[in-house]
Design a protein around this ligand. Structure first.
Ligand code: AHR
Length: 669
């Protein structure tokens, strides 16, 4: 049979079969055993607890419509088209119906904060209805409680009550409540009710008793069961997935979202703290970024704002790593610049952020934090200035930030950027400038092919050790090409990342922070793929890439060891990769082994300079084929299998499965 035909047939085989058949084809019988040496007594450096972290950006409906559990889209009528998300089924296309009622959006007159509200004119009792469509619907669970809150002001006429109901696509109620309007002016009302049925695409219907006018604002609906039970909090299943990663840091709020397509639409942290109703909504930069994935209804409510990010980092046991704009709009878009002599307000934002996070409650921004319920400092240690910036325009702006920040806050570690490219002139120039400016960490980004990841596991072996540390801040193997909508979170990419990560770990003296990106995507609302976690309105799952991250992060040691074959690191020879660490607290040797070849490999690990204990735990992660995926239907198709093995005194024999990541934790005496 021709090789082409064999390869075609492989596609139709079960994935497991594919690796095995390839193994039979390609593996010479009795392939030589690979011999590796590791010495747990020979420490190269400490491994930082920040080694494996998470990168959060509000892309793919990751915040509004995702992590932030609000179910109502455009709750305060602030979107550019202020009735976005709100349907008036009985109205004509112009939004009114003389017989039943109508609505219009009015302005309070404020420049900032909450600017608009909705005025409803009810002509016919119970004839007018207003429906919020949620974020591709609302995920509702049978028996769960939902908390509705809204602001209302009764106007002319006699509207006695507002009736809220969750409804399915036929308009059948799944639960609701009646809110009696007991006063004329603005008042906050609340109601809790439970859902009778599970429904992935429910909507919220609002009707009225009586006729007349009524004003509405901040119409909000949350599940009662949020992460840590916090009212108006975060979606529990999604935070749990993050928590399970045991991340060493949380980078927020992005990504390009930091910069904005224009300066006016940049992320401004001060507008994301304080009472949620006062946070000014802003169009999400991913709303219009990709013509092939338009999301005209994608805005940022900032209900998940900087306070909530710091709180999330604390909940996760992760160091907070905020990234702030540096006076440059996204260079892929408008590349607008703030003149150097007008940069002070931007620098002040950075100084004030440190006060907000760490300052005493006697300081103005420390007081804001305390008023929000967190008098204790957030112990922020890292701050990034600029996301994916490049060129002299960045260097000269960053210079002004570093000067001011070093002077006022020498305790804060500053993160600069080497730009969006993994190599090339901009990258080289960026690094040179970062060294000159003396930043503590340089944020590198690479969205490259699986092959690139396999070939670049040695990327950091020869990096300069005297300059800044490396923050591998955004990376992900792309199965097609960067930002292609066809990219998949397949096993080939996840395995290539695992191979690459052994290279990050082998260089843990230099690379002290790493994070996959992007983190999350709504299955019906995404703009960018691949992503670490996928979710819909009710469910979520970690991808194959997620389990790679989890295995590395959950098995990160305290000290870096050398591991290699004949004195050389194992970094792609015969498709094999390895890294090793000591976990001093647990008294264990940790070895990660990646076999990217489609055949099993026998391996002998000689442990010198220390004695092995009696047992080792193995976690083995493998997909059944390079194109294996996790999905809503099979969320753990690619997930680790745990085994225990007995140990000899000084050597361990393993057979690495075809296309696999193996994590070994061996007890030491
Ligand atoms: O992760 C998606 C985007 O990729 C980020 O916003 C940006 O920093 C990078 O270009």
């Amino acid at each position: 049979m021709h090789l082409n035909k064999v390869l075609m047939n492989l596609r139709s085989l079960s994935a497991q079969g594919a690796w095995l058949l390839l193994s039979g084809l390609w593996a010479p019988a009795g392939a030589q055993e690979m011999v590796l040496q590791v010495d747990p007594g020979h420490i190269r450096s400490e491994v930082q607890p920040t080694m494996f972290g998470i990168f959060f950006e509000d892309i793919n409906f990751a915040a509004d419509g995702g992590l932030y559990a609000e179910l109502v889209k455009n709750r305060s009528f602030e979107f550019t088209l202020p009735k976005t998300g709100w349907l008036e089924p009985h109205s004509n296309p112009y939004g009114f119906n003389r017989e039943s009622g109508s609505s219009s959006v009015l302005k309070y007159g404020a420049e900032d904060g909450n600017q608009t509200y909705l005025r409803v004119q009810v002509q016919k009792p119970e004839g007018y209805e207003l429906i919020n469509e949620g974020f591709r619907g609302m995920g509702i669970r049978a028996g769960a409680d939902y908390r509705l809150s809204l602001r209302a002001a009764r106007g002319d006429g006699a509207v006695r009550a507002i009736v809220v109901n969750l409804v399915d696509s036929t308009g059948t109620s799944l639960g609701g409540s009646r809110i009696a309007l007991d006063t004329q002016g603005w008042k906050d009302y609340q109601a809790t009710f439970s859902a009778s049925r599970t429904e992935p695409r429910a909507q919220l219907r609002i009707t009225f008793e009586g006729t007349g006018s009524v004003d509405l604002d901040m119409v909000s609906l949350f599940p009662a069961d949020t992460w840590k039970g916090r009212p108006n909090g975060l979606r529990k299943d999604l935070v749990q997935l993050l928590y399970d990663l045991k991340p060493g840091f949380l980078r927020f709020p992005g990504g390009c979202i930091v910069e904005g397509r224009t300066l006016a639409r940049r992320y401004q942290w001060k507008k994301t703290v304080g009472p949620v109703a006062d946070r000014t909504a802003l169009i999400n930069r991913w709303n219009t970024e990709f013509a092939h994935r338009p999301a005209p209804d994608y805005f940022q409510s900032f209900g998940l704002g900087f306070f909530e990010y710091f709180q999330l980092a604390e909940d996760l046991g992760a160091a907070p790593l905020p990234i702030l704009g540096c006076g440059m709009a996204c260079q892929f878009n408008t590349a607008e610049l703030v003149p150097l002599d007008q940069l002070d307000p931007y620098i002040q934002d950075a100084l004030d952020l440190i006060e907000f996070a760490n300052g005493s409650t006697a300081t103005p921004w420390g007081r804001v934090r305390a008023e929000m319920g967190h008098p204790e400092p957030f112990h922020m240690k890292y701050l990034g200035i600029g996301n994916e910036q490049w060129g002299p325009e960045y260097a000269e702006r960053l210079a002004l930030f570093t000067r001011a920040l070093r002077q006022a806050h020498p305790e804060i570690e500053l993160v600069g950027s080497s730009g969006p490219f993994a190599a090339g002139d901009f990258f080289e120039y960026g690094w040179e400038k970062m060294k000159e400016l003396g930043v503590d960490l340089v944020d590198e980004h690479y969205y490259m092919s699986a092959e690139w990841f396999r070939k670049n596991a040695g990327r950091y072996d020869s990096y300069d050790r005297k300059g800044p540390k490396v923050f591998a801040g955004e990376y992900a193997a792309q199965s097609v090409r960067t930002a292609s909508p066809e990219n998949k979170n397949n096993w080939e990419c996840a395995l290539a990342e695992a191979a690459f990560i052994t290279g990050l770990e082998r260089n843990a003296d230099l690379v002290t922070m790493t994070s996959y990106a992007p983190l999350m995507a709504h299955a019906e609302g995404w703009q960018w793929t691949p992503d670490l976690i996928w979710f819909n309105n009710l469910e979520s799952y970690g991808t194959a890439n997620y389990y790679v991250q989890k295995l590395f992060a959950n098995n990160s040691g305290t000290h870096l060891l050398e591991i290699g074959s004949e004195g050389k690191p194992l970094s792609g020879q015969q498709g094999l990769y390895a890294s090793a660490e000591l976990d001093r607290k647990a008294g264990q040797l940790i070895v990660k082994l990646v076999n990217t070849e489609p055949r099993a490999r026998d391996l002998k690990l000689e442990v010198t300079g220390g004695k092995l204990g009696r047992k080792a735990q193995l976690s083995i992660l493998r997909g059944e084929a390079p194109d294996a995926l996790n999905s809503f239907e099979a969320p753990t198709a690619v997930s680790p299998v745990e085994e225990t093995m007995n140990l000899g005194r000084s050597e361990i024999r393993l057979s690495l499965s075809p296309g696999s990541l193996t994590v070994l934790r061996a007890d030491l005496r």
